[in-house]
Design a protein around this ligand. Structure first.
Ligand SMILES: [Mg+2]
Length: 342
């Protein structure tokens, strides 16, 4: 390929390039390659063990790219970085078990702040029974947090939720409410003066997201096969499902479960924040309506049907308003390198 900067290629173009490079080196004589069930391109990787399927995911949080010290408390930062990883295991319907934590930081960092970072992680991990198994410490010009979480598939058949299993006719559903994390981030960056209830709700959405680990396992149990967690934004993440499954989709914008505090504080912009703001860490999945109804009875969080999978062009998402008319939004999702619509 011609010389190209990663900023020109974009995050997803770079992932495709690396996936291709790795695929060319694939050695099926080797048991590790042969037992790999899901490699690059889903929420977590999966491989076959003797009697189970193991899962692994990893995520980086870099100072001034993913967070700003001074806005976020150390405990909140630890919670959120761990939430992003547990959410990827949730999106596979798996059980998270062990975490490895690699930190890099300047020498002038307060030791007690790093202990606070760990306390935030541990607080989130405790109810899910996840253990910290180790990590690494290095010096760096800014704080970098890299977490790897290892887990396993649930149930006797070790079934998984993947991005590639959506089928035309499936309904599209989402857990919880959307837009809160993006609205909260904007509130902090622009110093927006909202009332204390809205401020605390948006702060919680931004820095204390609850990964849907239990819900992901319930999806598998009830026969759902296709899911992703909302980290890049609803439209971008639905795009990932549609591309991986080679299907199209239609979303009814009036049905999007926008966090009420986002509506009250951002008015007309609430829909855009819910569609393209990321980091809500809700689960987006597709299934037949009868399966969704069963899931609805089994889980305790809100569940909303927002559209359906179609036979449309692979990766295409059409938005329709309350009257069924086409609706368009300019900004769709976020690309880590170009910072442009992707
Ligand atoms: Mg994910």
């Amino acid at each position: 390929m011609p010389a190209m900067k990663v900023s020109e290629l974009g995050e997803f173009g770079l992932i495709d390039l690396l996936a291709k490079t790795v695929d060319e080196a694939k050695d099926n004589e080797n048991p590790a390659w042969r037992q790999l069930i899901i490699g690059i391109g889903d929420d977590a990787a999966a491989w076959q063990r003797d009697s189970s399927v193991e899962l692994a995911t990893t995520d980086s949080f870099i100072q001034d790219i993913h967070f700003t010290l001074g806005i976020v408390a150390w405990e909140e930062l630890g919670w959120k970085a761990m939430a992003a990883n547990l959410s990827d295991i949730a999106a596979m319907g798996g059980v998270p078990e062990y975490a490895l934590i690699s930190l890099a930081m300047p020498g002038h960092t307060e030791a007690e702040d790093i202990a606070g970072l760990y306390r935030g992680m541990l607080e989130l991990m405790r109810p899910f029974g996840v253990a910290i198994a180790g990590g690494n410490i290095s010096s760096a010009p800014m704080l970098m947090i890299n977490i790897t979480v290892i887990g396993r598939a649930t149930g006797p058949n070790s079934r998984l939720l993947t991005r590639s299993a959506a089928r035309p006719g499936d309904k599209i559903a989402v857990t919880g409410f959307l837009g809160g994390a993006a609205a909260g981030m904007e509130m902090f960056k622009r110093n927006l003066p909202f009332d204390p209830i809205v401020t605390s709700s948006l702060r919680k959405a931004t820095f204390h997201p609850c990964p849907r680990v239990t819900e992901g396992q319930m999806l598998v149990k009830h026969g759902v096969t296709a899911a992703i967690d909302i980290s890049d934004g609803l439209i971008a993440d639905l795009g990932h499902i549609c591309e991986a499954s080679r299907v199209g989709s239609r979303i009814a914008i009036d049905s999007i479960p926008i966090l009420p505090e986002v509506r009250t504080s951002f008015g007309d912009r609430a829909l855009e924040l819910a569609l393209s703001g990321g980091e809500d860490y809700e689960l987006l999945f597709t299934a037949r309506m009868d399966i969704i109804n069963e899931v609805k009875k089994a889980i305790s969080c809100p569940l909303t049907v927002i559209g359906e999978i179609t036979t449309g062009k692979s990766g295409q998402i059409s938005l329709v308003d309350g009257q069924g008319r086409p609706f368009s939004l300019d900004k769709m999702g976020w690309d880590h390198f170009t910072g442009m619509a992707s």
